[in-house]
Each structure stands twice: as structure tokens, then as C-alpha cells.
Design a protein around this ligand. Structure first.
Ligand code: ARG
Length: 472
């Protein structure tokens, strides 16, 4: 058992419980690539600035490349006694190359090191997530394109409201995920700033070139205040908030998929590989994947609460509290990535390498959607609008149509099934052309304003999205 990793100052060994309590290596070893990249950029700059020799720099490079191989090959021995990913790698480096390894930490602290590692790692994860958000938009557009003319009931309060195009409904989610993508791109700018060079909290006495390190690591800038650079994790919180919104959008979509799959809707089916059976009820196929996605949303939102609470009481500068940022962040990234991947495939199907198109996504039951849209007087607003065009004030038209709906209800039929004479009893100006207005398709076509559900508008939106995403 080690007595101390830091110095001769400590008079007794750390208890095993405290060691386990304070160590992070079990989870932060995941940052190893970023840790090594940061160290190499730092070492290279130290040599350029004449703080260490060129010889030291090449020794460090040699050692780090050996360590990378060891970690990749699963041969690296992670030691709890060495606390975290940083001390584990540095200790192995020194074991491999001697004094040059001991010079690596010149002008650096684990405080600016870990802040740099998380930012580098998170930047790359954001790029993956942004790419998946684009794929998901593409998947939704693929299904939308085939369903522009398919009509389903649009709901408000989950009560039948007005008919909408199924494509229009799917494109609503494309809008949400495109904003999520934009939010990720915005967060990325603030993530991609360099803390290294801030050292423990106050900067350092060596002539470091921080701009050079930033350029080497592909970062957009350098954190301008050392105290802030080592201590704040607002960039991680922002990312968690953006991720929470991704999951909230996924969760809303999940809720709809689950409803649509229910026998009482029967609007869609999802492929069997995304469902599970029941151990007792032989007939069951349950939508486990969307249900779990809805459930995992709670988990991601919970991590956001955890991270934001972690930050709130911390005085400047670094505090060990911040070590607690990693597990939630890792779990958010894993959850969001897996969820987006699975949704792309569940919605549009598996990618066929030959044709480049997807096969085996959701199956749409257009007749069931249309039948459902015929329930609940979805075109009542159209009749009111019709009367307005005949000169009635909207409020009077609204009242007149309420009477017509009441009559249709008592005959247990749709408005479009009432004879013309009956309709004329509600208002003498009603003519034969009203039946087109009362049809689902007539209602859809009539909503031909920007952002509306008319097929012409929906097609224009699909074209716009495809150009934006650069898909054929
Ligand atoms: N494992 C630590 C963390 O994740 C690294 C920084 C530790 N710094 C320190 N002075 N103890 O935050």
C-alpha cells in the first residue's frame, strides 16, 4: 500500500476506504487519449520554449506512444493507489523514460490538466452526437417523403383537432432535432477553449506559449482567467442541458410511437427487433425501445440536476467536488449516443451498403390513420372558415358549426355525412361545394400557408431540409 503519492509531508498512509473514496481512476481512465494528447502538446511547447530539451520531448513522445499501445491492447496496469488517469499515465511514463517523464509536469497542474482533458474528450463526443442528430433528421425525412399524402388526426389535449399530413408531423421532430444540433454546435465553441497553462490556479512562472498549445490541440482559443479556467464546469452543464433537450424530444417521439403502436390506434408498427415479448401473454409485442428511451430521459435530466448542483457552492478555484463531474457526463454521452443510434435504425431501418438507402423502418398503416382522422369532427374548423368566407363573423360561424356538430353527433355520423338540406338548415349560404371543404384532403390542402400542413408546403419543407443536410 502506498503511503503518499505527493510528498514526504504525509506522516501516515491513506486508509483503504479513503483511497477508494477519493480515487477516480476506475472511471476517468476513459479520458486517456485526451490526457496523452494534452501532455504531448504541453511537452512539445515546453521544448519549443526551451523549458525542457528536445531530447526530453522525443523521450516523452516515445514513452507516450508505448503507453498508448499498452492501454489500447489492454496491457496497461491501472493502479487505484495512483488515484487518477493523470497520475497513472505520468507514473508509467517515468518508469519507461526516467527523468524526462518527471519533467513533463513542469508548469502544469492536474487542475488545468483535467479541465483540458474533459474539454478535449467532450468536443469529440459533441461531434459524434451532432452527426447522429443529422442522421436522425435524415431518417425522419426519409419516412416523411413517403408519407406526404397520408393523413392522421392532429391532436390538441390528445383530442382530435384537425387533420394533418403524417410527413408534417414527422417534420415537427426534424425541427426539434435541428435546433438540438445547433445547440450542440454552440456549446462546442465554449467547450473548445484551452485551460492548460493556468496551472493550479494562478498561472505559472515558466514562459509557456498557451496559444501554441491551443493550436496544436485544435482549440479555438485560450481560457483568459486562470482561476476560472481550472474551476468552472459550466461548459459541461450546458452540454448536459442540450443533451437533456435531445432526450426530451426523443421522449416525446417515443410517447407517440408507443401510442401509435397500441392496438387502439394501430397507426404504425416497428420492426420486431425493437420489441420484446411477454413471459406470460403469448400475443404481446411490447415497444421496449421507445419506452426505455422515455425512461432514460429521466436519467439524463437527473444528471443535469446533479452537475448543476455540484457547481453551486464552490468557491474559487479548483475543488475536488469537480471530480464528480465525470460519471454523469460519461453516462449522458453513452445514453444519448446509443439512443440516437437506435432511433435512426428503428425509424428508417438498417442502412443497405449497396443502395445507400435504409430498409425495415416503421410500417405505416395509412388507412388506420385516416379512419381515426374521420372520428372527432376534425374538419369542423373548415366549416367555420367556409362560413366566414360567406360573410359571417368568425365567432358566429364558430357557434353555427357547434350546432351542426351536435346534430351530427346525435345522428352518429360525420359532418360530411349530413345531407345538404340539413346543413343548409344551419345556414342558408351553405352549398354543394361544402363537401370538398369537409373532406380530410380538402382540409389539408386548404392549409397552404408557410409552415402549414398542405402537401405543397410539406414538400417545400422536405426540399429545404434536404438542402440543409446535404442529402440527395
Ligand atoms: N481526478 C481529479 C479530478 O477529476 C484531477 C484533478 C485533481 N487535482 C487535485 N488537485 N487533486 O478533478
Amino acid at each position: 500500500k502506498k503511503s503518499q503519492a505527493w510528498s514526504a509531508l504525509f506522516s501516515e498512509p491513506m486508509s483503504e476506504l479513503v483511497q477508494r473514496y477519493t480515487a477516480s481512476v476506475d472511471f476517468d481512465q476513459r479520458l486517456w487519449r485526451a490526457d496523452i494528447a494534452g501532455s504531448l502538446a504541453h511537452a512539445s511547447m515546453l521544448a519549443t520554449q526551451g523549458v525542457i530539451s528536445e531530447q526530453d520531448r522525443s523521450e516523452i513522445e516515445r514513452g507516450m506512444s508505448q503507453i498508448s499501445k499498452e492501454i489500447e491492447g489492454g496491457d496497461f496496469e491501472w493502479k487505484l493507489a495512483l488515484e487518477d488517469v493523470h497520475l497513472n499515465i505520468e507514473a508509467r511514463l517515468t518508469q519507461l523514460i526516467g527523468d524526462a517523464g518527471k519533467r513533463l509536469h513542469t508548469g502544469r497542474s492536474r487542475n488545468d490538466q483535467v479541465a483540458t482533458d474533459i474539454r478535449l474528450w467532450l468536443r469529440d463526443e459533441i461531434d459524434l452526437i451532432a452527426g447522429l442528430l443529422r442522421e436522425l433528421q435524415g431518417a425522419l425525412i426519409e419516412v416523411a417523403e413517403k408519407n406526404v399524402e397520408v393523413i392522421l388526426p392532429g391532436f390538441t389535449h390528445l383530442q382530435v383537432a384537425q387533420p394533418v399530413s403524417f410527413a408534417h408531423h414527422l417534420l415537427a421532430y426534424v425541427e426539434m432535432f435541428s435546433r438540438d444540433e445547433a445547440r450542440m454546435a454552440d456549446v462546442r465553441k465554449r467547450v473548445n477553449q484551452l485551460p492548460l497553462g493556468s496551472a493550479a490556479l494562478a498561472g505559472t512562472t515558466y514562459p509557456l506559449d498557451r496559444e501554441l498549445v491551443a493550436r496544436t490541440l485544435g482549440m479555438e482559443g485560450v481560457c483568459q482567467n486562470s482561476l476560472d479556467a481550472v474551476s468552472d464546469r459550466d461548459f459541461a452543464i450546458e452540454f448536459s442541458a442540450a443533451s437533456s433537450l435531445v432526450m426530451v424530444h426523443i421522449s416525446r417521439l417515443s410517447e407517440e410511437l408507443i401510442l401509435w403502436m397500441s392496438q387502439n390506434f394501430g397507426f404504425i408498427k416497428i420492426a420486431d427487433r425493437f420489441t420484446t415479448g411477454s413471459s406470460i401473454m403469448p400475443q404481446k409485442k411490447n415497444p421496449d425501445v421507445p419506452e426505455l428511451a422515455r425512461g432514460k430521459t429521466g436519467r439524463v435530466v437527473g444528471h443535469l440536476m446533479g452537475l448543476i448542483t455540484l457547481m453551486k457552492g464552490q468557491p474559487l478555484a479548483y475543488n475536488k467536488d469537480n471530480q464528480e463531474d465525470k460519471e454523469p457526463l460519461f453516462d449522458i454521452v453513452d445514453t444519448v449516443r446509443d439512443t440516437l443510434r437506435i432511433f435512426v435504425e428503428m425509424i428508417a431501418g438498417q442502412l443497405d451498403a449497396q443502395t445507400g438507402s435504409r430498409q425495415g423502418g416503421i410500417t405505416v398503416n395509412a388507412p388506420a390513420m385516416e379512419q381515426a382522422a374521420l372520428k372527432g369532427y376534425a374538419t369542423a374548423t373548415d366549416l367555420a372558415d367556409y362560413l366566414v368566407k360567406k360573410g359571417l363573423p368568425f365567432r358566429d360561424a364558430h357557434e353555427t358549426v357547434a350546432h351542426a356538430v351536435k346534430a351530427a353527433q346525435s345522428h352518429n355520423c360525420d359532418l360530411s355525412e349530413l345531407p345538404l338540406a340539413v346543413l343548409q338548415g344551419f345556414h342558408p349560404d351553405i352549398e354543394k361545394d361544402v363537401y370538398e371543404v369537409l373532406s380530410l384532403r380538402g382540409s389539408l390542402n386548404a392549409r397552404n400557408t408557410l409552415g402549414g400542413t398542405a402537401p405543397a408546403q410539406v414538400r417545400a419543407q422536405i426540399t429545404r431540409h434536404k438542402a440543409r443536410l446535404g442529402v440527395a
